[in-house]
Write a protein that binds this ligand. Structure first.
Ligand SMILES: [Zn+2]
Length: 272
């Protein structure tokens, strides 16, 4: 069975960018007969409160078919033991190292485009249980996966690592996400193969990121509206679909569009 997932990080309310991601997931699921599953990526308890999780469920329940997920996977907060177990396996295979780089040092690595990220940390071979260290993936010199963050200083497993473990365990086959994450694909694919050598290839689909004005991605813009608030103030599902279509240039005016219109017309243009 082919599976795709909606995997929001509930560190704030869902916004229009999430709504559009749901539109694409729905349309491609219809087109390719994928089963949709839901996973809340709430691995950081400080930023993703129980209240946010409840708000996520409440918002999805108002989105009719778009928010309907008959299969709900475990939230990331319930899977810390599993991540620790996989990390332990990496440790026994000598695929982890402890990093003490400051934020500034890391920034310099990036600016200088140093390929040998944290070579000095790797050489020091500090114990992984030392205080205030990050865990990084240790791949061969020159590998794009070398130095990928596995666990941060606060002992929270990284997005890169948890999404790889989850997608493998949950047998996800299709990943549908915004094009802003495309630069990570090779890195994540290399890490996936290194962590799970028997992992099948994932199919990726990247959709445009919505902008309300040209320079600001919706999720980052200050006035990015919470979906729950938009629904409260009279926006309907059809109007939201039409608005996304308008922002993407499917139509020149803001007008209501049905989900079935989107399912027929959406993928055509997106897949061009
Ligand atoms: Zn380092």
């Amino acid at each position: 069975m082919n599976l795709t997932r909606f995997a929001p990080t509930p560190n704030g309310p869902l916004h229009l960018g999430h709504f559009f991601n749901l539109m694409v997931i729905h349309a491609l699921s219809e087109k390719y007969q994928l089963k949709k599953v839901l996973r809340a990526e709430n691995r950081d308890p400080q930023r993703c409160s129980g209240e946010n999780l409840r708000a996520l469920d409440s918002c999805l329940s108002q989105l009719e078919e778009l928010g309907s997920f008959p299969i709900r996977l475990k939230n990331q907060s319930e899977r810390t033991d599993r991540y620790a177990y996989v990390a332990k396996i990496l440790q026994t295979k000598n695929l982890l190292f402890a990093c003490t780089c400051s934020r500034k040092q890391l920034q310099n690595h990036v600016e200088n485009q140093t390929t040998a990220v944290c070579t000095a940390c790797k050489r020091k071979n500090l114990p992984l249980e030392a205080k205030d260290v990050r865990w990084r993936f240790s791949a061969g010199f020159g590998s794009v996966a070398d130095g990928v963050l596995i666990r941060n200083k606060d002992k929270i497993f990284s997005f890169e690592f948890t999404s790889i473990v989850d997608d493998y365990d949950d047998k996800i086959t299709h990943v549908i996400r915004g094009a802003d994450l495309k630069p990570l694909q090779i890195k994540l694919g290399t890490l996936r193969k290194a962590v799970f050598p028997d992992a099948p290839e994932l199919k990726y689909f990247y959709h445009p990121v919505l902008y309300e004005n040209k320079s600001q991605k919706l999720s980052k813009s200050k006035d990015s509206s919470s979906l729950a608030r938009m629904l409260e103030t009279g926006w309907t599902i059809d109007l939201l679909i039409g608005y996304c279509g308008f922002l993407l240039g499917y139509q020149n005016t803001l007008q209501k569009r049905s989900l079935s219109w989107w399912v027929v017309n959406g993928p055509q243009k997106l897949l061009q």
